[in-house]
Design a protein around this ligand. Structure first.
Ligand SMILES: Cc1cc2nc3c(=O)[nH]c(=O)nc-3n(C[C@H](O)[C@H](O)[C@H](O)COP(=O)(O)O)c2cc1C
Length: 373
């Protein structure tokens, strides 16, 4: 009915927006400890108390990613739904794909609290959660019992105390292969002992060879690698070469940063990964570097500091085929999804694009790449 009503409008009228109640709720949520507020948000979503956002995207935003046709390129980043409790609810909030996790083979409590800090003036967060999660069996059972009904990624990590992180990833691959459309190898978490061991090219190569050797047949999901914004360009080039050699299906650029740009104010000294607005420039710059390195051989997920259509557009032009966000939603609520998409569609049209894919990488010269199509 709503779809039929909207079809009467010119196609540039793209997003049906409900009144946005989040600005009224935010002072209450932000008066709580960030993790407590997050738990309240998850419970409200689980109980169906958060109204669905009918996002009807402009056709210009339609795209494809790892074999899926998506109505638009904006997905939910890992970390919001660590235990796969609300994936289907987040599709109803307008995201076109959802990444749950990070999930480790065994349940773990994560680091001591407090471990998440809001930096409201910067629209940023610092977290050192260290993968608190219910463990692979519980999360897998939950996802199997109620498949979320859209493109699902699962973010995988080894247990902090594990002495064999490759074996952890092998176990996770086996558990989640039947459930995920893509599995993200989180090799860039700054917050646990094993979080970054695979940023060493030789170890990454070993990990990919081990995963590729598992005989999964038709169940083999696409493997995505999530990299760190803190790599220098030399190390980045080495790792990207290993990822291409290891037949990775896509690269997510990327995780939170341990860098501390000046002017962060309160909490800047907290240990952990910084996300949100102060991450935007560095992660977008890295995206363009990775696009130059991979050309069109593998698609990129642009993640880091997206809070507007202009941010989304910059990531697309820097080489992202699809996008993810998390931190901006803490400040703006889920109504942000519709706003970002509406603005992105306008920017594409302004610059004469007729499809999203025409804009992907348009700000990056990849003419040196032999595989460019
Ligand atoms: C509280 C919190 C928890 C996160 N947990 C994970 C995680 O478990 N695995 C992961 O790969 N990334 C995790 N991330 C990183 C996000 O997925 C994303 O890469 C990063 O926050 C940058 O995007 P943003 O600026 O839109 O938040 C987490 C981020 C936050 C803020």
């Amino acid at each position: 009915m709503l779809a039929r009503l909207l079809a009467c409008f010119p196609k540039e009228i793209v997003i049906a927006r409900l009144p946005d109640f989040y600005p009224l709720l935010r002072p209450l949520l932000h008066s709580l400890d960030p993790e407590q507020a997050h738990e309240w948000a998850l419970r409200a979503l689980e109980r169906g108390w958060v109204p669905a956002q009918p996002v009807l995207p402009d056709p210009i935003l339609a795209t494809s990613f790892l074999g899926w046709r998506l109505a638009h390129p904006l997905g939910l980043a890992a970390g919001f739904d660590k235990n796969g409790r609300v994936a289907s609810r987040m599709f109803a909030q307008g995201f076109s794909f959802i990444e749950v996790g990070g999930v480790t083979p065994l349940p773990q409590a994560g680091n001591a609290r407090p471990r998440v800090f809001r930096l409201p003036e910067q629209r940023a967060v610092i977290n050192r959660m260290g993968f608190p999660n219910d463990g692979a069996s519980v999360v897998a059972a939950r996802l199997a019992a109620a498949p979320p009904g859209g493109m699902l990624g699962i973010n995988l990590a080894s247990n902090a105390a594990s002495i064999e992180p490759i074996r952890d990833f092998l176990a996770l691959l086996e558990t989640f292969s039947p459930l995920g459309d893509f599995l993200t190898l989180d090799i860039s978490c700054p917050n646990t002992a094993n979080g970054q061991v695979f940023l060493e090219p030789a170890r990454l190569s070993e990990l990919l060879a081990s995963l590729n050797a598992v005989p999964l047949g038709a169940n083999r999901p696409a493997l995505v690698a999530k990299i760190s914004p803190d790599l220098d360009d030399g190390r980045l080039a080495e790792l990207v070469a290993v990822l291409l050699e290891g037949q990775i299906a896509a690269i997510c650029v990327g995780n939170t940063t341990t860098a501390r740009p000046t002017g962060l104010g309160k909490h800047a000294e907290q240990k952990g990964g910084l996300s949100g607005r102060p991450l935007f420039s560095a992660s977008t710059r890295q995206l363009a570097v990775v696009r130059r390195l991979v050309g069109t051989r593998v698609p990129l997920i642009g993640t880091g500091g997206i809070a507007s259509g202009a941010d989304a557009y910059a990531k697309i032009c820097a080489g992202a085929s699809v996008l993810q966000l998390y931190t901006a939603m803490i400040y703006e609520g889920p109504g942000l999804v519709g706003r970002v998409l509406g603005e992105l569609a306008e920017l594409l049209r302004r610059d004469g694009f007729t499809t999203l894919s025409q804009a992907v990488g348009s700000a990056v010269d990849v003419s040196a790449d032999p595989d460019r199509t």
